[in-house]
Design a protein around this ligand. Sequence first.
Ligand code: ZN
Ligand code: FE
Length: 241
Amino acid sequence: MSIIATPVPILSDNYAWMLRDSGSGAVGIVDPADAKAIIAALEREGGRLDLILLTHHHDDHIAGTDEVRARFNCKVVGAAADQHRLPKLDQAVVEGDKVTLGGSRARVIDTPGHTRGQINYFFPEGEVLLSGDTLFSLGCGRLIEGTAAEMFSSLRKLAALPGGTKVCCGHEYTESNGRFAITVEPNNDALKARIAEVKQQRAAGQPSVPSTMASELAANPFLRAKDEATFADIRAKKDKF
Ligand code: ZN
Ligand code: FE
């Protein structure tokens, strides 16, 4: 049994993620902010939806939730801490909780920083991380509600996942993240290689994600920051870049 994750491009630069549990055929969708696009994508893939997973309360992640739920009559999961500003939840989760999709189970990881109630989901079967607006390829989310200390500790948790983990994030920001990252680590060969790879992927009209945790550990300056002060400094520079 394994989870297969496929990006669904929506809005201007968001990704929802379609999840399929290969054993049972169960289907999940992460952050379905554009109901029309999501419903069309699900119809193309067999017209089944069992589960909606939400990473955080921003409109570009939750907007289509109620319409998609009404169409497929599926379950909705999100952070207990943010219940007051999320669509109605069937399962309100906290750090360490398990979420079931067919025969696979995700672990909930609390990742405050971008928002206070942000959560990520990790499926050990298939090594799939839904990183929302916490970890991007070559970047991380802006600190809109949380502190640098919170985001640094959130990223440390993600960095401890297996190197093969597929990092399935909420936005196609990799090219612009790369332009900033290279100013932080101008001599990082893994970063240079990743920037070249992304350029090719985007020129071919392909998503640059998922990347892998090993690739991010080698190339992403936010994940490579050795302490909180370094992280805070890089984050502040990116905000002004
Ligand atoms: Zn957001
Ligand atoms: Fe977002």
